[in-house]
Structures are given as structure tokens and as C-alpha cells.
Write a protein of this length. Sequence first.
Lengths: 278, 298
Amino acid sequence: MNGRPILPMIATYLVLLAVTLVFFGPVLFMLVGSLKPDELVLAEAASWRGWVPESVSLENYRSVFERVPFGSYLASSLVINGTIVGLGLVVNAFAGYALARLQWWGREAMLAVVLAILVIPFEAIAIPLFYQLSALGWRDDHLVQAIPFVANPLAIYLFYSFFLGLPKALEEAARIDGAGVFRTFVAIVIPNSRAAFASVAIVTFLFHWGIYLWPLLMTTSESVRPLPLGIATFYTLPPLAWGDILAFGVLMVLPVLVVFVVFQRWFVAGVAATGIKG
Amino acid sequence: MIAWRHQEARAAWLLMSPALLGLGAFILLPFALALVMSFTSLRLGSPLSVEFVGLDNYREAFADPAFRRGLLNNALFALIVVPIQTALGLALAWLLDRQLRGRWLFRTLLFMPVVFPLSLVAVIWVILFAPGPDGLLNGVLSALTLGAWTPRDFLNDPVWALPAVMLTSIWQGTGFQMVVLLAGLQAIPRSLYEAAAVDGAGAWRQFWHVTLPGLRNPLIFVVIVTTILSFRVFDQVRIMTRGGPQDASTTVIHEVVRTAFDRGQVALAGAMSVIFFLLVLGLTLVQRWSMRQREEGR
């Protein structure tokens, strides 16, 4: 565009730059702090010096692996999240498809139930669920941290709305060719719904990576505990070494940052779609 | 055709059953248990037999000063965090909704805190809130006020503990509002702005008469979600302050967990869970209703 006023443009950049610095500041603080000696993390925090470390070392990272079973926390997080995302995609996509496309007695009632369940926050059922599963003797393993989150009303709803928007013609053609419900779903619907599967998978993964309350209630062994409990424990473990703790933080958030940056488009689309549809 | 319909119904139930089993066993059943439990005298390790006690637990919950403090804190959380976060998110989305170099980078960096696990966010901010002149926030405030600021221990200060947790949440959540509102802004047809400009509307009037009405749904959505999240706060409080000092920063869920696990009062915790659920349900209904009202009023 010609003759676009230059001053508002500069002002926009300056404001954005300032706000971005404030928002990115704590992330940068974590990165820089993880690379310098423990005693300097706080001592230099409020000065300019603190942001440009004189000597960079990976000592803190080595220390993390020495002081806590980081590998075990990471493995637990991966197993728990892999189970939730993997099984969740199958279970919730199935349900979403049955609700969106198939004709059956009880469909409307079931849809209403799913939407009603959407309103129940996990925190409201955490305590009774804890006693329910403890009574069965099921606690303190990886699966108990994953299975309760596989069937997810929000994921069902997202799949349901996505499948509603797919053109019916393809499925009808497949049926006329004699394909049954499952064949149609696997051969026609799934390949045409990659966007929905990708955004549900990514949103589910990012959401559950930080899961804290449930593992806190259900686990006692460090060997099955995921990263969020790991950092909460590490941070209370003497001697208090801020550099080590920040290094743990960097290692813990790295997988989600990679997923987020690589799949940003899907993720943002998924979040935005839920927002616009409301 | 009838055989096929029959096959379809069978397939539907088959497809539905794993989800149904999961939702039933892990959401509906514990929800029902919370309800039933809340009307009994169930206590862990108590030799007394379990009895039906009517609404006693609910009375006890509302009489419990810590739980009341939690309710108040959650309400304050919603009243303060939601408007600030929404205004900030909207302002940032509005700034980013134009042709800019590096827009992708700004958006990525601003959104980044949203994907950080809350436990990590809490630990980072504990360090930023560190007491004494070495603490980052204390240092910045003292530099900004030319030394007039007295360094304090934010997280152990009854006045500052809750605002500190709020600030942490605002930092973590604003990017979410921004992304949803940005997508909403981009969905408003440019032609509406052009028409408004032709009618002589300046930037400010365009914002009020084109932008805000066009953002109605995304705005209601982010406000609902953030308000509900304000009532669910637990992780940050647990890690940063443990609800202290003297319950100054406790929340409903923090009290539910404490009542069940530290005090063993399972039934009371059940009643608190039910109260918490009713609150969230009420919020959702009020906001859904207001959404419909405005839709009809147009």
C-alpha cells in the first residue's frame, strides 16, 4: 500500500517488541540461568550482566542427570502421554464418527450426554476417582495415570464437528460400492481427516504433558512419576541449586516446544477453531 | 436397506462403546460417588460407622474459613485475571492483525508460555519472585522507582502472595487469548472495514462498530474458558505458596485436596467438589445464556 503512515508502523513495532520482551523474558531467564553457575542465577538476575553470561557451561545439565532420575521421569511422561494420545485418537474418533454420521437409536441422547460431561472439570472428580481406583488396588503405575484420560468429551466433540463438515458424497460412494461402516471409516474418512487427527493429537499431547494433580494423588514411586512431579520434587531437594532446576526446566519443556514449533499451524488452527465455533 | 440400517446401528454402538466405557467409569461414576459421599459421614481411618448426614457436610464446608477464603480467592482471581488477560490478548491480537515483518516470530514468542507445563511456570516464577534485592522482580521494581522500592518476599507476604500467583497465570495464559482472538480478527471480512471507512468511520469507531461485534463469539469463548480456569487453579498455588501464608493464596481445589488427604475428611472434600462443580456449571450456563441473548438481540 502506498503512503501508509510510517509513524504508527514504528509505534506498532516498538510496542510489540516491548511486550514480547516481557513475555519472552522469563523463558530467556530460564535458558540463560541453566547455563551459568548456580550461585550467579539469583545474584545477577536483576542486572544486565545476568542476561549475558560470561562463561557458558553445561555443568548444570550434567548435574540434573546425576541428582535425579531424569531419564525415568521423561520415560514416564512419554509412556503416559503416548497412551493418552494414541488410544485417545482411536476411541474419540470412533465416538465422534458414530455421533456425526451414523443413524442409530440413542444418538441424540448420547450426544447430549457427551456435551453435559464436557462441563465436569477433572478437579471435581479427582478425589472420588482416587478412592474408586484405590479400592480396586489400582494405583502407582503408568496406566492409571493415562487410562482415565483416554475417553475425552472435548476430543469427541472436536471430531464430531469435524466429521459433520466433511462432504457426504465420498462416504456414500464407498457404501454404494459395498463397503461396510468400518471400511468406509478407515478407507475414506480417516485419510480425509488428517487435519482433525493432527490437531486433536497435538492439543491432547500439549495439555497432558503438564499434568500434575492426578499423578500427585495416584503415585508414590519416583519410577512411575512424570516430569511435572519431577520438577516439583527437584525444586524442594537440598541443596537448592537454581541453575540445576532451570536446566531441568529446559529439558522438560524441550519436547513440547519442538512439537509446538513444528506443528504450530495445526495447533493454532485447532485452538482457534474451538474458539470461533464456541 | 433395513438390514443395512441394522448393521449401521450395531456398528454405531460398537464404535461408541470404548468411549462410553471410559466416560462412564472415569467421569460419571466418580461424579456420582462425589455426590453420594457428600451426604455421608465418611472419614478415613475413623472407627465410626458411615451414616447419612444430609446437608451437614455442605454446612461445614461453608463454615470452614479456609474453604471460604478459597472461594473468595477464586472469585478475585476471575475478576482480576480474566479482564486483564482478555484486554491484553485483544490488544496484542489487534496489533498482530496487520502486515508486519516478523509477525510469525512475535506470535510464536508471545504464545510460547501457553505450552509450558504449569509446574515449570510455577518454579520459574518462584525464582523471579525471589526475596531480597537479588530477586529479579524486586531488582526491576527498585530500578524503576530509583531505589524507593523496598524488596520483599512476595510469596510469603499475605498481601502479595495471591497477586503473585495471578501475575504468573496472566503471563502463562495471555497467549491463548491472543491466538483465538487473532483468528477471530482474521475471519472478519476486510470489506466491512472498507465500507466503514467509506462511511467516514475513523480507526476508533471501526474498532467499536466492526471489530468488536465481529469478535463476539471468540470473545465469549475466551472469557468462559479463562473464568472456568480461574476456578480450577491448583498447580501454581500448590508449588508456589502451598496456599499460604495463612491461607492468603489458597483456592477451592487446594482446599479440596487438603481436606481429603491431609485431614482425611473424605465426605467433606466430596461436598466441596460438588460445590465447585455447581459453580463451574453455573458460570457455563450464565455465559451460554448471555451468548444466546445477544445473538437473538441482533
